[in-house]
Design a protein around this ligand. Structure first.
Ligand code: CTP
Length: 410
């Protein structure tokens, strides 16, 4: 398993909950972090306990909740130091205006601010408050100060607030906070890089209700996009219809047809460092797209469809590239002669790497959470990644691409 495949696994996280109505969302955040394999210790301010019971966090985290700085029952005096010392990451969610001010001032008069002050671990803050409070000069100055000290922020998002105002101030979604936590724990070895990734299948319309499609679910491309975002890249994910939520850390561009995908990728790849074509792009589309629904009579007794070629996006990028950028990665889903087919595609499409997989086996490839692939590069590298999660495969592909891109530098 690649060490970055699940950055939250076996990490010790202190989840600091301040007293805002959004505290209820921290319960879901705790569940997501523990589900990802993190060991989570919760610290709460006294007012947070007014919104969510300590027992809820205790039951879900499997650890005693830290609610009082000086409580003999809780190993008192040095409790906050011990909690802070052992942490790999501190997440403050929700962070109220009051808690932000106290963190900025270096106060430590409750379990949340004490854990933040006493820790050397990275600190991720998810603010939540009324829009006017968020936009106030005082809060903005505090956020700026804390960001300058190296603390990370996620949100707040725009929306309908509990105080009935509409605007910025809503706590980010738990999945987004958990994703930001994963990113903070990943090395940022792709920071400053622009990456374009395609995912999913395409749909080629026959008429307003029917299309030709394929079985791609988009999981591999989404895993690649997530991996590159976590490693700090600026990612654009161009995706056809997909079966899981696209990456929250990327700019997502939804398309349907091969032509739309081609246009979006050609547009996005301007100045890109890396393009990965993980999408299952249709090779053919109906020659004619009817404007009204085709009736059975149209087809007669032996129906035949006239098809025409779509543009080969990867080959177009390979042929039009000036110099060595973007580094181009293609996929080859094969059912036989995997190596010969992959080597042929590497040359024909003038790309730098082909990721080949054998889709004849049921436990991998299309729709599955796992895959086993072979990497073939134009620089002569060859390796196999045995059956593992698509997240682990994504990081393995990025590792090899980064290695070769580094070697190409003058
Ligand atoms: N691809 C593309 N544009 C297309 C078709 C494919 O960019 N119109 C990309 C895919 O995203 C993938 C790679 O090319 O990265 C290989 O696709 P595949 O369809 O397997 O390759 P072909 O050369 O079409 O070979 P085959 O005869 O196996 O279909």
């Amino acid at each position: 398993m690649h060490p970055l495949a699940n950055p939250l696994s076996d990490r010790r996280i202190v989840l600091c909950v301040a007293g805002g109505i959004a505290a209820y969302k921290s319960v879901e955040l705790l569940r997501l972090l523990t589900k990802a394999g993190a060991s989570v210790q919760v610290a709460m301010t006294r007012s947070a306990t007014e919104f969510v019971g300590e027992l809820t966090f205790q039951t879900l985290s499997g650890h005693r909740v830290f609610t009082d700085l000086f409580d003999n029952q809780q190993d008192a005096e040095i409790g906050h130091i011990r909690v802070a010392d052992g942490a790999d990451l501190i997440v403050v969610a929700p962070a109220t205006a009051n808690v932000l001010a106290r963190i900025t001032a270096g106060m430590a008069n409750d379990p949340v601010t004490a854990a933040v002050l006493a820790s050397r671990a990275p600190i991720l803050i998810a603010p939540a408050m009324n829009v006017n409070m968020w936009e106030s000069a005082a809060v903005q100055a505090n956020v700026e100060t804390l960001a300058a000290r190296g603390m990370y922020f996620v949100g707040p998002e725009q929306g309908f607030l509990a105080c009935h105002w509409i605007g910025a101030g809503r706590l980010s979604q738990p999945a987004e906070i958990s994703e930001a936590a994963a990113q903070v724990l990943c090395p940022q070895d792709m920071a400053g890089m622009k990456v374009v990734i395609s995912a999913g299948g395409t749909q080629e319309a026959l008429d307003p209700v029917r299309f030709l499609g394929n079985r791609s679910t988009g999981k591999m491309g989404i895993a690649l996009s997530r991996a590159a975002s976590r490693r700090g890249a600026d990612v654009t994910l161009v995706h056809g219809p997909v079966y899981s939520a696209p990456n929250t850390g990327a700019a997502n561009v939804a398309v349907r047809s091969a032509q739309q995908m081609c246009d979006a990728i050609v547009h996005a790849q301007n100045e890109a460092d890396l393009v990965v074509m993980a999408a299952a792009v249709a090779d053919y589309r109906p020659s004619v797209v009817e404007t009204s629904k085709l009736k059975k009579e149209h087809f007669g007794t032996s129906p035949a469809l006239a098809l025409e070629r779509t543009e080969d996006i990867l080959a177009t990028l390979g042929a039009s590239r000036v110099g060595l950028r973007p580094y181009l990665v293609g996929f080859a889903a094969e059912t036989e002669n995997v190596e010969t087919a992959a080597m042929g595609k590497l040359q024909r499409k003038r790309c730098d790497m082909i990721v080949a997989n054998d889709v004849s086996q049921a436990d991998r490839g299309f729709g599955s959470d796992e895959n086993a692939v072979e990497l073939f590069t134009a620089a002569g590298h060859r390796s196999s990644i045995a059956l593992t999660s698509k997240d682990a495969i994504a990081h393995g592909i990025l590792d090899q691409a980064l290695l070769e891109m580094e070697a190409q530098k003058p």
